[in-house]
Design a protein around this ligand. Structure first.
Ligand SMILES: Cc1ncc(COP(=O)(O)O)c(C=O)c1O
Length: 381
């Protein structure tokens, strides 16, 4: 016998496709993978295991390593999110933050607001815990304020306003302030997911949405996956003082604490200025790949799709002119050696329009050209 919620546990399409996409010779636009040559490898960066404290191999604190919590609090405060290190929880990847926040805020049939489209592994978690999801539509400036009025019973809202997964969009400062004002008035708890902030190619992104809140409770989270290495499984959250204690208890119940080796690797890298240097050296590579994908999309798919050139993050979001069967298209593409993500699973409810998500960070410009050519051929048929 299984818990009833297991009936709602859908498989993560990304992880299923990734299993196929990592086959040799495959061009993969599917996952949100950093470039292989852009991964932070501690041994290459000169991180010395002997510099770590002796007690590293012992159990640690559920909240995380104090010095790392201090760094997170300083970073958040620097972005206008005044907070103390006591409000910080170090996570086993920011995916864990989504799980903990859902456990904290979602009961069976809890009404919640999610961007449409939204990060599909967040939708997977919210669905598992029984959330009734209401769409927040988006326009060029980000999530649309009018959507917040549509579900008056909603208790919390999930936003990824900075280089959103999947759309790559970045909400304007005015839009963030307007949304925060509405959330304040509604008393909505706001959950802001921000793993792409440092992957900004053109101009620094605006301050977090939650930094505009005056009254509402909030959780803000970030990650080292996209800037350093996802294999570290290291992220963090900062929460309103009312929410941090139950979140720490949920973390205890989940895994006692985050892997201390990863925490010390990142801490040492931060102290030695290696993180900033690493991110700065990756940006030209990602910008080049973004530009390569934009150019070949313009050349091959201008008649079939529309998109906004992302100013950060890892994805192009293609809105298609014609209805397609995304899964059938993917199947054909896989046979031709190309993987991508169909758009439908990124919508909590009925898809608003046919779409595809293409990752540009994990492929070379040459692979990008070949991959988009395959896609154009399949879509042209
Ligand atoms: C919006 C968003 N949130 C959270 C995550 C999870 O990241 P991680 O657990 O590696 O920090 C991802 C990964 O793709 C993401 O796109």
């Amino acid at each position: 016998m299984q818990a009833t919620r297991i009936e709602r546990l859908t498989s993560s399409l990304v992880r299923d496709i990734l299993a196929v996409a990592t086959r040799p010779g495959m061009i993969s636009f599917a996952g949100g993978l950093p470039a292989e040559e852009g991964l932070f490898r501690p041994q290459d960066a000169g991180i010395d295991l002997n510099a770590f404290p002796d007690n590293l191999w012992q159990y640690g604190m559920s909240e995380g390593e104090p010095a790392l919590r201090e760094w997170v609090a300083q970073r958040a405060s620097g972005m206008g999110l005044e907070c103390s290190p006591e409000q910080v929880l170090i996570l086993s990847g920011s995916q864990q933050g989504i799980d903990l926040v859902a456990k904290l805020l979602v009961d069976e049939s809890t009404d919640i607001l999610v961007e449409s489209p939204a990060y599909l592994a967040a939708l997977q978690v919210f669905r598992l815990f029984g959330a009734r999801m209401h769409d927040i539509r988006q326009d060029e400036e980000g999530a649309m304020p009018s959507a917040l009025a549509a579900a008056p019973q909603a208790r919390f809202a999930y936003f990824t306003p900075t280089f959103q997964n999947p759309t790559g969009r970045c909400a304007t400062p005015e839009r963030r302030a307007e949304l925060a004002g509405l959330c304040d008035r509604r008393g909505l708890t706001v959950f802001e997911d921000d793993p792409y902030r440092d992957l900004s190619f053109d101009a620094p992104p605006p301050a977090p949405l939650v930094s505009h809140l005056a009254k509402s409770r909030w959780i803000y989270q970030g990650s080292f996956s996209k800037t350093l290495s996802p294999g570290l499984r290291l992220g963090y959250l900062v929460a309103h003082p009312d929410l941090i204690t139950p979140l720490v208890r949920l973390k205890q119940a989940a895994d006692l604490h985050t892997n201390r080796l990863s925490q010390f690797i990142v801490l040492l890298a931060l102290q030695q200025g290696l993180v900033e240097r690493h991110v700065a050296s990756n940006l030209p590579l990602y910008r080049e790949r973004r530009d390569a994908m934009h150019a070949v999309l313009q050349e091959k798919l201008a008649g079939e799709a529309s998109w906004v050139k992302p100013s950060g993050g890892l994805f192009f979001w293609l809105q298609l002119q014609r209805k397609i069967d995304g899964m059938a298209l993917l199947q054909e593409a896989l046979e031709r050696g190309l993987a991508f993500m169909p758009g439908d699973p990124f919508f909590a409810g009925q898809p608003e329009y046919p779409a595809l998500r293409l990752n540009f960070s994990h492929s070379t410009p040459e692979e990008i050209r070949r991959g988009v050519a395959i896609l154009a051929e399949l879509l042209g048929r």
